[in-house]
Design a protein around this ligand. Structure first.
Ligand SMILES: Nc1ncnc2c1ncn2[C@@H]1O[C@H](COP(=O)(O)OP(=O)(O)OP(=O)(O)O)[C@@H](O)[C@H]1O
Length: 257
């Protein structure tokens, strides 16, 4: 297994955001984490990406422990995160935003960079070529030189995806990739997610509220409720699981109360 999460518990003061959660993700898998509001999905992502350090349990990626590993070090191990809120530079072009995503792969001194020589020059060229390939892959050619701030939401999200992919991750964390999107934008994003797996071979974990997207795309689904794992299995299995139905009914009841 590429990722092993074993018995992870995370507390904030007295409140338990995660309680003894375990799951594995295999190489090449498209894995989803779902659950009602406050179930612990974001907390789990934050544990995987080094933002939070769980008090108990282990998380290993390719055999290396991620618990206590800082976010930049997690990124260098090959785990990238596409954020729910767009974290791009509005005044920079699509190309420059995507190139910036690659900075973790650039290794050269500031003097070399200033003089534009040696490693700096060859790495800058490689970064540019890689960003151009991603722009083509994500069909962003027609907007490559536009400032990101000018673009519609769905296209910005695609640039955000490009920024995460520029790190050449082996594991990509997708934080509500279609939140706020219309039907057409959602279908586009679904197609790119499938292409990322098929053509780039990137393993993915997504947190998503759009049930149709999860059921259409995911190989396996982990369901959390009040910080606990209540189901794990194929989309069909979890959809018909009585504990999952009860959790979502409880949420609907709460929302209308
Ligand atoms: N930084 C924090 N400090 C205190 N409590 C927190 C913190 N982050 C999360 N929690 C609590 O942990 C629990 C799980 O929250 P989390 O955001 O992980 O859920 P979620 O499944 O992502 O919810 P949503 O679907 O609403 O985004 C909640 O009860 C939340 O209030």
């Amino acid at each position: 297994m590429m990722l092993n999460v074993d018995n992870v518990s995370l507390r904030f003061g007295g409140a338990k955001a995660l309680s003894e959660v375990s799951f594995d993700v295999a190489q090449g898998e498209l894995f989803a984490i779902i659950g009602p509001n406050g179930a612990g999905k974001t907390s789990m992502f934050n544990c995987l990406s080094g933002v939070y350090k769980p008090q108990e349990g282990t998380i290993t990626f390719d055999g290396r422990s991620l618990v206590g590993t800082r976010p930049d070090a997690v990124a260098r191990l090959g785990i990238a995160r596409m954020f729910q809120n767009i974290e791009l530079f509005d005044n920079l072009t699509v190309l420059d935003n995507i190139k910036l995503g690659r900075h973790i792969h650039l290794r050269y001194s500031t003097i070399e960079a200033a003089l534009h020589i040696g490693r700096a020059r060859s790495q800058e060229l490689a970064a540019r070529r890689f960003a151009e390939d991603l722009i083509e892959f994500l069909s962003l050619q027609s907007v490559r030189n536009y400032p990101v701030g000018m673009l519609p939401y769905g296209v910005k999200k695609r640039v955000e995806l490009g920024r995460a992919l520029a790190m050449e991750p082996r594991l990509l964390l997708l934080d509500e990739p279609v939140a706020g999107m219309n039907v057409e934008e959602t279908e586009d994003m679904a197609r790119y997610i499938l292409d990322i797996r098929a053509e780039l071979g990137v393993t993915m974990i997504m947190v998503e509220h759009d049930m149709k997207l999860v059921m259409d795309l995911a190989d396996r689904v982990l369901v959390l409720d009040f910080g606990r794992r209540i189901a794990l299995g194929s989309p069909d299995d979890v959809q018909n699981d009585p504990a999952v139905l009860a959790a979502y009914l409880g949420e609907a009841g709460g929302a209308t109360a």
